[in-house]
Write a protein that binds this ligand. Sequence first.
Ligand code: ZN
Length: 65
Amino acid sequence: MAFFDLRCRDCQKEFTEMVSFSKLSEVKCPDCGSTNHERVYKANIKGPISSGSGGGYAPPSRGFT
Ligand SMILES: [Zn+2]
């Protein structure tokens, strides 16, 4: 089971559904009941984006030169 962010193609409703990937196509829109939806990819990844210590953004040291 995983959370999927979906958008209904019929009524443009965006909703989140917890379902296994194999059952994703069976998910119905909570508004109109349509199964015609697409996945929405949101950039809500929880990572070390906090601007606490360090004083801002520190670029990865990979040596681009
Ligand atoms: Zn809908």
